[in-house]
Ligand binder design. Structure first.
Ligand code: F6P
Length: 336
C-alpha cells in the first residue's frame, strides 16, 4: 500500500510526532510506502509531494510546527458560483495518479470537515485530531492541547509575581475563539481568581465583586484568565476590554498580557508526544484494516476511532457541568 500524509490548518505541537507515528508504523510494521504531501490540501492540488524514507522521519518527536507545511486550503469551499467542483476533481485525479491508497489528514475542525466530505465521495481517508483548542468533537483530548496548557500555565505562574509584588490585577488572554478549554485548564492549574470562557456568560459587575472581595480579605492582587473569544463591547480584544473595565470599576492598577502564538509554537510535552505517537500508530492500523472515513479519538486512556460524519460540523465546548468548573466554583473562583 502507498499512503499520503497531509497537515492542514494552524500549526500545533505534536504534528511532527504524529507524522513520525504514522510513517514509522507504516514503513516498519506494515511495509507501506509513505508520501508526505506539502501545504495541506494545496499540495494535493499541485502534486507537491515527497516520498518519505526512514531518514525523513528522524528527529521529529520533539520538533514544533510541521515539516510538511500547512495551509487553510478548503477544496469544497463554496464560492460565488457554488462549490468548486474542479478542485475536488483535480485532487481525486491526483490521488489516483500518485497511487495513494489512503490519505491521512492531520488537522482541526476545518480539516475534519473536509476529510468527511472526501470520505463521503468515496476517497479513502483517515484523520487525526490536532488542535491546541481541544474543541474537536468525539475525542477527550486532541494533541497540542496539553502543550498549550503547559505554556499558558507557566505564563500565569510568572504573572503571579508581578500581581502580588505590585498589588495589581493581571489579565491574561489565551487562545480559544469558541471554546474556552485552554482558559479553563490553565486558569485552574495556574490558580486564576477569575476564568472567563466563551461558553459561560459573564458580567463585569461579578468580576469586580470577586476582585473587591479579595481586597477585603487582604488580597490586593488578582489573576484573571480570559479566552480570546468572550464577548466584548465594540468587538474589542478580550484581555484589553476586561483590563480597562476592571481598572475603571475597582480603581486597582490593572495590566493585560496577550499570550498569542507562543501557545502554538515549539516542542510538545511528553503527554502530547505519546498521544501523537499512539494516534499516528492507530491511524496506520485503521488503514491496514481497510477502515476508512474515521477519525482517531482518545476516550479515557483508550485510543479508538469515530466515523468522520459524526465529527464534522460539531464542536466540543466547555459546560457548566465540567468537573473543573464545578470544583472551581466551590473554591470561590469566578466564572463570570
Ligand atoms: O489553532 C487554533 C487557533 O490557535 C485559535 O485558537 C486561534 O484563534 C487561531 O488558531 C488563530 O490562528 P491563525 O491566525 O493561524 O488563523
Amino acid at each position: 500500500m502507498r499512503i499520503g500524509i497531509l497537515t492542514s490548518g494552524g500549526d500545533c505541537p505534536g504534528i511532527n510526532a504524529t507524522i513520525r507515528g504514522v510513517g514509522k508504523t507504516a514503513m516498519n510494521y506494515y511495509g507501506m510506502e509513505v508520501m508526505g504531501i506539502h501545504s495541506g490540501f494545496q499540495g494535493l492540488l499541485t502534486k507537491d509531494v515527497e516520498l518519505f524514507t526512514e531518514k525523513s522521519l528522524s528527529g521529529l518527536l520533539n520538533l514544533g510546527g510541521t515539516i510538511l507545511g500547512t495551509s487553510r486550503e478548503k477544496p469544497f469551499k463554496k464560492n460565488a458560483t457554488g462549490p468548486d467542483i474542479n478542485k475536488v476533481e483535480i485532487i481525486r485525479n491526483n490521488i489516483a495518479e500518485l497511487g495513494l491508497d489512503c490519505i491521512v489528514c492531520i488537522g482541526g475542525n476545518g480539516t475534519q470537515k473536509t476529510a468527511a466530505k472526501f470520505a463521503a465521495i468515496g476517497v479513502n481517508v483517515v484523520s487525526v485530531p490536532k488542535t491546541i483548542d481541544n474543541d474537536i468533537w468525539g475525542t477527550d483530548f486532541s494533541f497540542g492541547f496539553d502543550s498549550a496548557v503547559h505554556i499558558a500555565t507557566d505564563a500565569i505562574d510568572r504573572l503571579h509575581s508581578t500581581a502580588s509584588s505590585h498589588k495589581r490585577v493581571m489579565v491574561i488572554e489565551v487562545m480559544g475563539h469558541k471554546a474556552g478549554w485552554i482558559a479553563l485548564y490553565s486558569g485552574m492549574a495556574g490558580g486564576g481568581d477569575v476564568i472567563l470562557v466563551p461558553e459561560i456568560p459573564y458580567s463585569v459587575a461579578n468580576v469586580r465583586e470577586t476582585i473587591m472581595n479579595r481586597l477585603k480579605k487582604g488580597k490586593p492582587y488578582s489573576i484573571i484568565v480570559v479566552a480570546e473569544g468572550i464577548p466584548t463591547e465594540g468587538g474589542r480584544r478580550a484581555g484589553e476590554f476586561i483590563a480597562k473595565e476592571i481598572e475603571r470599576e475597582t480603581g486597582i492598577e490593572t495590566r493585560e498580557t496577550v499570550l498569542g502564538y507562543i501557545q502554538r509554537g515549539g516542542s510538545p510535552t511528553p503527554f502530547d508526544r505519546n498521544l501523537s505517537t499512539r494516534m499516528g500508530g492507530h491511524a496506520t492500523e485503521l488503514i491496514a484494516n481497510g477502515q476508512f472515513g474515521r477519525m482517531i479519538a482518545l476516550n479515557g486512556n483508550e485510543i479508538s476511532s469515530i466515523p468522520l460524519e459524526e465529527v464534522a460540523g460539531r464542536l466540543k465546548l466547555v459546560t457548566e457541568e465540567h468537573d473543573l468548573v464545578v470544583q472551581g466554583r466551590k473554591m470561590g473562583i469566578c466564572f463570570g
